[in-house]
Design a protein around this ligand. Structure first.
Ligand code: 5GP
Length: 257
């Protein structure tokens, strides 16, 4: 199944807005900050909480936005500071779909971090060249991708039973027509399997969906297996490309799986 018509509509209208991809207001020399793809990073709040081992209470029970990241550029303009007022119209949606899962009482540090690290580079594109456009455009992509509904439709729900990573990847590839990247927390001490943490879908600079991994890349079709610390050893913190094999998609605390 292809993505719903609204996604295609949004992508084509954003493409029209791209009249000068290199004409970056605020980018600091494209030589140092050249990038090729934009990654819409969704994260699973239950896993985010597990990763940081804090006591975040009641994480959202839906995939939220971690960020919209150019693949090979960070912190492209240190003088382009974050101003919360510029996105005040987006506030209700930002809180709902792009919350700071770790510090739910103060989201703006997280948004500032995402803007300064990733947004200032994404702003190379005319379609994303202001804070309002970057955060608003990210929300539009998130809404149109509609990952939560797609997973539901595919019957992929948090569960105490494990999933095969390749099943999830193939199912999403079937929906979106491109290869996603799925990231996991490696098994911690006493755990049998990795835990699903992030799902990434990638876009060209024209904001068209494209593969996140290409054949031959780690985690891509026919590529080498992703690097992995020894299973079962503690200290394997941080997300990595999921290994092929079983993975845990953890239900929110207190949810009946
Ligand atoms: P990046 O710095 O590239 O945007 O993302 C990686 C970092 O984001 C990691 O240090 C991770 O712990 C952090 N992170 C992931 N999710 C959240 C969140 O919801 N809130 C905050 N404050 N940090 C997050």
């Amino acid at each position: 199944m292809r993505p719903a018509a609204p996604l295609r509509l949004l992508l084509s209208s954003l493409c029209l807005a791209l009249c000068c991809p290199g004409g970056a207001r605020g980018s600091r020399g494209s030589d140092n900050h050249e990038w090729k793809k934009l990654i819409m990073v969704h994260h699973w709040p239950v896993t985010v909480c597990k990763e940081v081992e804090n006591d975040c209470r009641d994480p959202p029970d839906y995939w939220t936005i971690h960020g919209l990241w150019p693949d090979k550029a960070e912190e492209c303009n240190g003088s382009w500071h974050f101003h919360l007022e510029e996105i005040k119209d987006l506030m209700p949606e930002m809180k709902m779909y792009w919350p700071d899962v770790i510090h739910p009482l103060n989201h703006s540090h997280f948004w500032k971090h995402e803007w300064e690290k990733h947004g200032t580079c994404a702003a190379q594109l005319d379609a994303l060249n202001s804070q309002k456009k970057y955060f608003g455009g990210s929300l539009d992509l998130y809404r149109d991708l509609d990952l939560n509904s797609m997973l539901q439709k595919l019957g992929i729900k948090p569960s105490i039973n494990y999933y095969q990573v390749s099943d999830i990847k193939d199912a999403l590839a079937g929906i979106y027509g491109v290869i996603p990247k799925i990231q996991c927390l490696p098994p911690q001490q006493g755990e049998e399997v990795q835990t699903i943490g992030q799902i990434e879908l990638c876009f060209t600079k024209e904001l068209r969906l494209r593969n996140c991994t290409e054949p031959g890349e780690p985690g891509g079709p026919g590529g080498p297996a992703p690097r992995r610390p020894r299973a079962g050893v503690s200290g394997g913190t941080g997300l990595e490309v999921c290994e092929d094999g079983p993975a845990f998609y953890p239900p929110p605390p207190g949810a009946v799986p």
